[in-house]
Ligand binder design. Structure first.
Ligand code: NAD
Ligand code: UDP
Length: 310
């Protein structure tokens, strides 16, 4: 098949491309390199099945493909809040352009949505039936509401044009190739620890997140794409940790001498987050296989090579 991966030079997109290339598909990687990096996909340069397009999805583009994995969008709060209006344009105009592309060529379309559609959830753990609790005027809204409208658009293309759609609600994912300056918690703590700097816990660290290793997530995305389910599906690891627990785990694994310090909690930071993955287990026969410490070991090794060089 010919498969378009938007955001393919990013963290998750590049791992997905590796799997698709190994399966023998033709892959078009489309990216504007806002948070992506050519190094993530450079090992495919020169392969006849691989094409790289520098393009911003807020501008329309016509491509002949069988499937679209639509991942293009900055995912880290630091990056999506740096240019919030651009983030909204990427989610709204960009998603509309990619849906239009898929409609024209009757391609199957998978949206990389997010657990952020649940906002600061009042239901725990979060199942797909929950409608969420999002502050539409807050600093996270450009991303949260952007993804919510991206989902709305996707389901309107299904209802109005019978587009063949899939929607993955991705929970916090980590692994090799996260950017050093990404600003997300796993990369921050590892980079800080490796550099002998204090680990910056925001608030008192009692807020929780559930961390999924990237190979598990990519397997879930591919199973969802291959399934016949058009409803949203949560993809994440139900193992729930406080941020302070994560800090002390990484501290022990990287540098027990590093210090943990407490900084102010950002506005609208969700208190708790844990996926209910019943749908993914039943519909896709999927569950995460890589435990946190194993995934962290691999991620730390990758950062160590990039930062320290051995
Ligand atoms: P990432 O920032 O590493 O990758 C996003 C990619 O999209 C980058 O390569 C970036 O350059 C590209 N991009 C951004 N705006 C673009 C535009 N206007 N035109 C073309 N390309 C553009 O992030 P990631 O962690 O790989 O996330 C990928 C997708 O998964 C995103 O849609 C994100 O919202 C979603 N997601 C990720 C997580 C996570 O924990 N990693 C959680 C929930 C949802
Ligand atoms: N966080 C933290 N220190 C950091 C970065 C993040 O304590 O250096 C916290 C952040 O406040 C949030 C959690 O870690 O409660 C996850 O943050 P991240 O930016 O990774 O993603 P989010 O799930 O908030 O989108």
């Amino acid at each position: 098949m010919r498969i378009l991966v938007t955001g393919g030079a990013g963290f998750i997109g590049s791992h997905l491309i590796d799997r698709l290339m190994h399966q023998g598909h033709e892959v078009i990687c489309l990216d504007n390199f806002y948070t992506g990096d050519k190094r993530n996909i450079s090992h495919w340069f020169g392969n006849n099945n691989f094409e790289l397009l520098r393009h911003d999805i807020t501008d329309p583009i016509k491509l002949e493909v069988d499937r679209v994995y639509h991942l293009a969008c900055p995912a880290s709060p630091v990056h999506y809040q740096a240019n919030p209006i651009k983030t909204i344009k990427t989610n709204v105009l960009g998603t509309m352009n990619m849906l239009g592309l898929a409609k024209r060529v009757k391609a199957r379309f998978l949206l990389a949505s997010t657990s952020e559609v649940y906002g600061d959830p009042l239901v725990h753990p979060q199942s797909e039936e929950y409608w969420g609790n999002v502050n539409c005027t807050g600093i996270r809204a450009n991303y949260d509401e952007g993804k919510r409208i991206a989902e709305t658009l996707t389901f309107d293309y299904l209802r109005q044009h019978n587009l063949d759609v899939r929607v993955a609600r991705i929970f916090n994912t980590y692994g090799e190739r996260m950017q050093e300056n990404d600003g997300r918690v796993v990369s921050n703590f590892i980079v800080q620890s490796l550099r002998g700097k204090p680990l910056t816990v925001y608030g008192d660290g009692s807020q929780t997140r559930s961390f999924c290793y990237v190979s598990d997530l990519v397997e879930g995305l591919m199973r969802l794409m291959d399934s016949d389910r058009t409803e949203p599906v949560n993809l994440g690891n139900p193992g729930e940790y406080t941020i302070l627990e994560l800090a002390t785990t990484i501290q022990k694994m990287v540098n027990p001498n590093s210090e943990v310090i407490f900084n102010p909690l950002p506005q609208d930071d969700p208190r708790r987050r844990q996926p209910d993955i019943t749908r993914a287990m039943q519909w896709l026969d999927w569950k995460p296989l890589v435990p946190l410490e194993e995934g962290l070991t691999r991620t730390i090794a990758d950062f160590r090579t990039r930062i320290i060089g051995n």
